[in-house]
Design a protein around this ligand. Structure first.
Ligand SMILES: Cc1ncc(COP(=O)(O)O)c(C=O)c1O
Length: 382
């Protein structure tokens, strides 16, 4: 047998015998994995349902239409594109659809919990081909919306990203909406991290306040790797051609043939996320995150958060990586992360980021996370 299959088996055992606290990871269902490993991976289907460039796409048209219909329902958007290969291409497609190179964009700083694709300077597509201005968080790690409003009025960006990778608080979509509207900017909610929480109704939805949503499907939503771009009613009111612009930017603007196995897996995941069982899962993610944060705090640690699925823990100046390695040696998988205003800098961050979606899928409840908090605190202090 190819060595690869042996390695896959090893990875499977490793994932199932360790405690996975990376907030962007999860365990998908067997049904999702079945779609990913299906004959759909053989397909070429450039274009959109009913408008393909190759013959032989009758069945995959049905699959993509189902994914779109189910996704529109759970996200509550007017239009959904399910073809982006992942979160980064989805955000790039939005930039391509709405802006010209050199236009000004605004996003949260990476060090504050933003994402690379939201205008991280110099080294990224979004920071290199657009003029990027970035906002920070306060000492507590929260967005100061008044300061953001003044910043946006001064800078007048054409597009604002509202979305985060390491932000433990609820996002105030209404305020983001007012801020973007004050300068006529496009507002894009990148809900990659919190999609499962929004669909599970434990975090407010941005749909009434933004023009576009982007999201990966593989984090708290528990689907396959992939992404969506949704267009809201407010978006279509701002530009009647918005749907066309988004679809054209994804294909042929940025991508070629869609990955139909992923799209089928998305359709399955959207159905799994639609209902009471998933709502209970989302509620448990939150309860578990609070239990973990309180447990760490009770042991004297400084914890940023939490109101959602994740938190950032201060491990002491520049100690994030060292602690993450020590936890890995003890079967607990996390990532080093900057804390707000980290004096040690991004290359030697002072914190670790912990999240509860994956272990909640595995059946962990509050008492498991309380015990885990005690163990993590001991390892941090050693
Ligand atoms: C907020 C946010 N946007 C975009 C992405 C990019 O997604 P991907 O890694 O699938 O390209 C991530 C991934 O961590 C993210 O957290």
């Amino acid at each position: 047998m190819d060595k690869i299959f042996n390695l896959i088996k090893q990875e499977e055992r490793y994932q199932n015998s360790t405690i996975r606290l990376i907030p962007s990871e999860n365990f998908t269902s067997e049904a999702v994995k079945k779609c990913l490993a299906s004959d759909l991976t053989n397909k070429y289907a450039e274009g959109y349902p009913g408008k393909r460039y190759y013959q032989g796409n009758k069945i995959v048209d049905e699959i993509e239409n189902l994914a779109i219909e189910r996704g529109k329902k759970i996200f509550g958007v007017e239009h959904l594109n399910v073809q982006p290969y992942s979160g980064s291409p989805a955000n790039s497609a939005v930039l391509m659809a709405l802006l010209e190179p050199g236009d000004k964009i605004c996003g949260m700083k990476l060090s504050a919990g933003g994402h690379l694709t939201h205008g991280h300077p110099k080294i990224t597509f979004s920071g290199k081909y657009f003029e990027s201005v970035q906002y920070d968080v306060n000492e507590e790690g929260r967005i100061n919306y008044e300061e953001l409003a003044n910043f946006v009025k001064k800078e007048k960006p054409k597009l604002i990203f509202a979305g985060t990778t390491a932000y433990p608080w609820i996002l105030d979509w209404k305020k983001f909406g007012e801020i973007a509207d004050s300068v006529g900017a496009w507002l894009v909610a990148d809900i990659s991290h919190i999609a499962g929480l929004i669909v599970g109704e434990v975090h407010p939805s941005p749909v009434d306040y933004v023009h576009i949503i982007t999201s990966t499907t593989h984090k708290s939503l528990r689907g396959p790797r992939g992404a969506i771009i949704g267009v809201t009613k407010k978006g279509i009111e701002k530009d009647i051609d918005l749907v066309k612009k988004i679809d054209r930017a994804v294909f042929p603007g940025l991508q070629g043939g869609p990955h139909m196995n992923n799209i089928a897996a998305m359709a399955v995941a959207f159905e799994e996320a639609n209902g009471e069982e998933f709502r209970k899962y989302a509620q448990q993610i939150i309860v578990n995150a609070k239990a973990l944060a309180e447990s760490l705090k009770s042991k004297g640690l400084k914890v940023f958060g939490t109101e959602n699925h994740l938190m950032v823990v201060d491990c002491g100046m520049g100690r994030g990586k060292e602690v993450a390695i020590k936890l890995e040696e003890n079967g607990i998988i996390v990532n080093a992360n900057t804390i707000p205003h980290d004096e040690a800098g991004p290359l030697k961050p002072s914190g670790i980021r912990l999240g509860t979606p994956a272990m909640t899928t595995k059946g962990y409840v509050e008492r498991d996370f309380e015990a885990l908090g005690v163990k993590i605190a001991e390892l941090i202090k050693e």
